[in-house]
Design a protein around this ligand. Sequence first.
Ligand code: SF4
Length: 243
Amino acid sequence: MKANLAEIMESIQGEGLLVGSRQVFLRFTGCNLRCAYCDTPGSFEPLPYCQVAKVTGRGDLWEQVPNPFSVEQIREHLKNYSSQWISLTGGEPLLWADFIREMGEKLKPQGYKLMLETNGTLYEQLGECLPYIDLISMDYKLPSATGVNCGAEHAQFLTVAANKAVYIKIVIDSKVEREEIEEALGIITAVNPNILLILQPVTPIKAAYSLSIEKLLDLQKMCQEKIADVRIIPQIHKMMGLI
Ligand code: SF4
């Protein structure tokens, strides 16, 4: 089994619960959504080459390595790095659920831990590789970002993930409506009212603009009426100029 990858690199996790921790990032190609704020549109389609940064923090030292990759090839690249955490990101990594399952079977006995960064819609694929995932970072995608309502898929996804370590991240930009946050809170709390919710102010890109801090704090207050632990965390790797 082989997978088409856009990037392999080591950096610090710039988002969410494990922000600041050193991780290897495997960026898979392909995605079933098209978010307005997407910062990885170059990975929507299969690529002939994967960019591999063998030196941590040196994005100017990319090497072009031909796709696709087997798990054994990835294991060889992992020897360049010191991290035990592997972030499965994209694109949407669950489009490669069979490959992720094989990664879990072969890499977890060596002490690697898998963090899944997902758009939270492909719940059947999540079930296929769930036993091998150590932490799920699930994006809740708002209709104002995607143009579609993913609420039903998110509810199914949270149900499948119920017994795993999981937190939710919502990217907040200037188009976000209070009503869609209210709907999201209803869907989330119906499945897991004790979940950690992270509001991530968008890093401005193309047509996505950030909210004022006052509006962000107002949204946090609104969310805290339904969920106890609601944190505002921006993308710190972009603030630091890291890849
Ligand atoms: S789910 Fe992620 S990779 Fe897919 S379009 Fe949205 S931001 Fe981009």
